[in-house]
Design a protein around this ligand. Structure first.
Ligand SMILES: [Zn+2]
Ligand SMILES: [Zn+2]
Length: 171
């Protein structure tokens, strides 16, 4: 049983016994523990849209995923909404004796896209996240956000005569 609000993208392929193609559209929830060291700061709902094409026992899925990840600015730690697009391309088979690498089994007439959606999102995650190109980050001394707060720490470094003011301005 999934926690409330958590959606899984599992496609029932029973309708494909009669036709050769099935369009699908839905949402899938990626939880925080599905990511490794590089992770968003909250779970995300991924919009998924695509097509399953059947060829005998083989089901090929192609589609697109879209989400807005909540990431953290590498410099100032502020939350950043990061729109992410990626594509899905995966293969399933109903004939488990014909399993190959990168081909997943069809279980109970269902295709579970969980792993593929996670991989599609992780693949497009940015190496570096900034809230804006010229984010000034946090002061290494007092921790204030240099984008919005006046901080006297570095001015104090430049002119030792202002050293005494540092404690007044920067607490
Ligand atoms: Zn920032
Ligand atoms: Zn400071």
């Amino acid at each position: 049983v999934l926690p409330s609000g958590v959606k899984k993208m599992i496609i029932n392929i029973q309708a494909l016994t009669k036709s050769e193609q099935l369009n699908f559209e839905g949402e899938h929830t990626l939880l925080l523990d599905e990511f490794s060291e590089q992770a968003p700061i909250s779970e995300c709902n991924v919009k998924v849209k695509g097509t399953v094409t059947r060829d005998g026992d083989v089901y090929t899925v192609t589609g697109n995923v879209y989400t807005v990840l909540t990431l953290q600015c590498d410099r100032c730690m502020k939350e950043v909404g990061y729109p992410l697009h990626s594509s899905l391309q995966c293969v399933f088979t109903a004939d488990v004796t014909a399993m190959e690498e990168d081909v997943k089994p069809v279980l109970q007439f269902s295709i579970d896209l969980s792993d593929d959606i996670r991989e599609a999102v992780v693949m497009e995650m940015p190496m570096k996240v900034l809230c804006k190109e010229d984010c000034l980050g946090l002061c290494t001394k007092c921790g204030s956000d240099l984008n919005s707060d006046a901080c006297m720490c570095h001015q104090g470094e430049i002119d030792p005569r202002l050293e005494g003011l540092k404690d007044i301005f920067c607490q």
